[in-house]
Design a binder for this molecule. Structure first.
Ligand SMILES: Nc1nc2c(c(=O)[nH]1)N[C@H]1C(S)=C(S)[C@@H](COP(=O)(O)OP(=O)(O)OC[C@H]3O[C@@H](n4cnc5c(=O)[nH]c(N)nc54)[C@H](O)[C@@H]3O)O[C@H]1N2
Ligand SMILES: Nc1nc2c(c(=O)[nH]1)N[C@H]1C(S)=C(S)[C@@H](COP(=O)(O)OP(=O)(O)OC[C@H]3O[C@@H](n4cnc5c(=O)[nH]c(N)nc54)[C@H](O)[C@@H]3O)O[C@H]1N2
Ligand SMILES: [Mo]
Length: 758
């Protein structure tokens, strides 16, 4: 390396030569048009480029921004109906305090001063009596509050900040497997790191794409747009889909492996074994760059095609054909998803899938699975702020729930274990839970598994405050104070993905007295620890977050989206390690197919397969009573989790919650399409409407999550209890890693709701 090269800033600090032709705001046909990023309320965590059309401060329409390299003008119905969300009569427009009993639905408008004063007073009271650790700060899936939600908790003195999903079974199991083996996180390469996208000369279109446990045309998960796959299909990519259902993508696939839910670990081990036995692996990459290949190969030996076919229910010829197609395609990529996280052995299953792209030499090559990066160091700064240890004393940090039990919680993560949090609320050990701060989450409907158990544990807490854009069953059930948050067109903020930095511009409209989450957290945070919040307004916070990229909020607004440089095969160029040496960010400097860190933590260093806790193999007696394997949580373009049920156009797409069942099962049980049916298992029983799906494995059912009925204002918690599928799931049944839970692979039976039972 020359001295010049050594001194050059790393690629993620240098910008790509690209700029949108249009400015961030302009006038057109009587409208003010503002370029923005769709992130945070309502819903989504993607950040598609949008054009907001306002007149006299009213948002009239939203269009996709054709210049945005990420979404290229495409938008889903949730953004297209944005004005209906923003100006919805049910929006919370003012702070409110509860005046009846919890759950009674009686609220009274108060001033912001009273809201903050009450929060401060009640939270101080709890801190004095029980210690600040006894208030937990719960937040939802990725929205723009990461930076300040943690900071608020820490300024208050509590180490307990988390999303309450059992086993943090959304992305964290996959992340854990990757951090421990390849020292970073990867994503399938669809040229999304380049502003010129598919025209970029360095990029290659994958010959084969394997879709594993995800449904990206609907869900666009993890900074990924499903459209990119259809783009690649048009360029000739072949598809393999691994899903118990025939999805749109599965129908278009060259091979569809319709496996029994929760058996992904066995399938991946079987594919690895076949690839290694058939000598389809990339020996050169393995010899030069990996550690522990022999041990991995040996661990896979028991996973013969016959055995894996028996476990998964997929014919062995199909498994072999898929493994061969993937291994022989150069390059090939895997787009993986939530189904891998939502099994108890999710870390181990993800570890096996991750090993597939390592042993086939598809790691960090164009068109393979490539490393993510933090643009301009900003996202890192944003995430790093979670761990600003100067705010919290070491003594308080050590009280974080889960860190004694699960070593991985000490390794980079600053969340608490949601399962340990529930146990502490129930047992008072190691200390009691006394209050909750709920922001950007609707846990009674989404995050809590075993909803009744969680509800009983938290319903009598001393003080609960919530920040949201709508009233929710969670707020009705639990909150004492509720504060109204802005939607994204009502605030200024920024969007940092792996690929680009862009701004959320500006406030273009605003209803009532809503405030941005940043403003709310700053105001309250300052009252507990003014030194931790030295900024005076949102924009100063944004400038602080963006500082590592050498940009202010206003500069980014003028120039965004800003794409940093992207370089492939970073391990050859010393770009993965802080010491600048070639290799990977692991203890051995190699990809650790056998993870030395897992081993040091006393955790399994190799991938393995474990049956779901309730399954035809683990609990055959239970299956006699409950013969179906129940998956839950299918995504719909109409809704983001529990949101959007009050938006008429979106609700029309799905008026009621539906459970998919196979027509054979339905016929046998006298169920016809659209019937209300009970979904019952050993834990509980709820009802949804049957939707017959011949594309589902006949032994499976798939129920929807996130349901409540905002229009049922007089029903208990908006009719949520009746239809909440999470009542059928277990909490505190996670793996030895502390991550992963059988959310998409439990059991049930389904039968008709009789007249008079509704
Ligand atoms: N059975 C089952 N359960 C599941 C899943 C499943 O697949 N199956 N999926 C799980 C997964 S992966 C996840 S990530 C969780 C999601 O769980 P949550 O994140 O709790 O789900 P949401 O319904 O999106 O709740 C977000 C709440 O915050 C509000 N909100 C949205 N944006 C903002 C904002 O910017 N500011 C504020 N203050 N409020 C905002 C919304 O109005 C809504 O009430 O659900 C999980 N639950
Ligand atoms: N419109 C919309 N988009 C969303 C969300 C939303 O609520 N609405 N939520 C967002 C969030 S937080 C997340 S985490 C992502 C999740 O998005 P994805 O990662 O795409 O996951 P899912 O949509 O849950 O799709 C899971 C697929 O896995 C299949 N499946 C179920 N069980 C198994 C199994 O055991 N093995 C395998 N191989 N497949 C299985 C299901 O049939 C389904 O097709 O979506 C995000 N995008
Ligand atoms: Mo998620």
């Amino acid at each position: 390396m020359s001295i010049d090269e050594q001194q050059a800033p790393p690629p993620w600090m240098q910008r790509q030569d690209w700029k949108a032709e249009k400015p961030w705001q302009w006038e057109e046909d009587g409208y003010t048009v503002t370029r923005s990023s769709a992130w945070s309320a309502p819903g989504c965590h993607e950040g598609c480029g949008v054009l907001l059309y306002t007149r006299d401060g009213v948002l009239e329409k939203v269009e996709g921004d054709p210049e945005d390299p990420f979404s290229r003008g495409k938008l889903c119905p949730r953004c297209l109906t944005l004005p209906s969300t923003i100006y919805h009569p049910d929006r919370i427009k003012y702070p409110m305090k509860r005046v009846g009993a919890r759950g009674e639905g009686k609220w009274e408008q108060i001033t912001w001063d009273e809201a903050f004063d009450t929060c401060e007073r009640e939270m101080r009271k709890i801190a004095e009596k029980w210690g600040p650790e006894s208030i937990h700060f719960q937040r939802g899936t990725g929205r723009d509050i990461y930076w300040h939600a943690g900071r608020l908790a820490w300024a208050y003195g509590s180490p307990n900040e988390y999303g309450a999903l059992s086993g943090i079974s959304c992305y964290i199991p996959r992340l854990a497997a990757q951090i421990m083996t390849i020292g970073g996180q990867t994503i399938a390469d669809f040229a999304q790191f380049f502003a010129d996208r598919y025209d970029n000369p360095d990029w290659k279109c994958p010959e084969t794409i394997m879709l594993w446990g995800c449904n990206p045309t609907i869900s666009n998960p993890d900074f990924f747009l499903g459209h990119w796959i259809t783009d690649a299909m048009k360029m000739g990519s072949k598809l393999v889909t691994i899903d118990p259902r025939v999805t749109w993508m599965a129908a278009k696939s060259d091979i569809h492996l319709q496996l029994r839910p929760g058996t992904d670990g066995a399938l991946a081990m079987g594919m690895l074994n076949y690839i290694i036995q058939e000598n389809l692996h990339d020996s050169e990459f393995i010899d030069n760059w990996t550690f522990g290949f022999e041990q991995l190969a040996e661990a896979c030996v028991p996973y013969t095609l016959d055995r894996v076919a028996e476990i998964t229910g997929v014919p062995k010829e199909k498994i072999a054909a898929a493994a061969r197609l993937y291994a022989e395609s150069k390059p090939a990529s895997v787009v993986w998803g939530l189904a891998l996280d939502m099994q108890k052995a999710g870390v181990a299953a993800a570890n096996a899938v991750n090993a597939l792209w390592v042993v086939t030499g598809n790691l960090d090559v164009p068109g393979g699975n490539i490393y993510t990066q933090f643009p301009g160091g900003v996202t890192q700064n944003m995430m790093g702020a979670w761990g600003h240890t100067d705010i919290l004393t070491e003594q308080q940090q050590n009280k974080r729930l889960g860190i004694d039990k699960y070593p991985m919680y000490r390794f980079g993560l600053v969340f608490s274990s949601p399962d340990e949090a529930l146990l502490s609320a129930e047992t008072g050990q190691p200390y009691p839970m006394k209050g909750l701060w709920i922001q950007t989450t609707n846990p009674m409907v989404c995050m809590f598994q075993d909803t009744k158990r969680w509800y009983n544990a938290v319903k009598d807490l001393e003080f609960i405050a919530a920040v949201d854009i709508f009233m929710t069953p969670t707020i009705e059930a639990l909150a004492d104070i509720v504060m109204p948050a802005t939607t994204f067109p009502e605030k200024k903020s920024f969007r940092g993905t792996y690929y680009f930095l862009s701004t959320i511009n500006d406030p273009v409209t605003r209803v009532g007295e809503v405030r941005s989450d940043a403003e709310i957290d700053m105001e309250l945070g300052r009252r507990f620890n003014s030194e931790a919040w030295p900024w005076e307004n949102e924009e100063q916070i944004l400038d602080e977050i963006l500082a590592p990229a050498g940009l202010s909020y206003q500069e980014l607004r003028e120039n965004g989206p800003v794409y940093p440089q992207y370089v492939y095969k970073k391990y050859e160029k010393g770009l993965l390690r802080p010491d600048g040496q070639p290799g990977f960010m692991t203890q051995t400097g190699r990809v650790e197919l056998y993870s030395t860190l897992f081993e040091q933590f006393g955790l399994p260093p190799l991938p393995y397969y474990e049956e779901p806790a309730k399954s035809p193999v683990s609990t055959p007696e239970l299956m006699e009573e409950y013969p179906l394997i129940l998956m839950s949580g299918v995504r719909s373009p109409a809704f983001f989790h529990s949101e959007h049920r009050q938006i008429p156009y979106l609700r029309q797409i799905h008026p009621d919650p539906c459970v998919e069942v196979h027509p054979d099962y339905a016929k046998e049980h006298g169920i016809t399409d659209g019937d209300w049916v009970w979904i019952e298992n050993d834990k509980d029983r709820i009802r949804q409407r049957a939707k017959l799906n011949p594309g589902l494995l006949p032994t499976c059912a798939l129920g929807q999550h996130g349901w409540w009925f905002p229009e049922k204002k007089d029903a208990e918690l908006f009719g949520m209890w009746d239809v909440n599928i999470n009542r059928l799931l277990e909490a505190c049944a996670v793996s030895q890693f502390g991550f992963g839970s059988d959310i998409k692979c439990t059991v049930c039976k389904i039968y008709k709701v009789q007249e008079g039972e509704m």
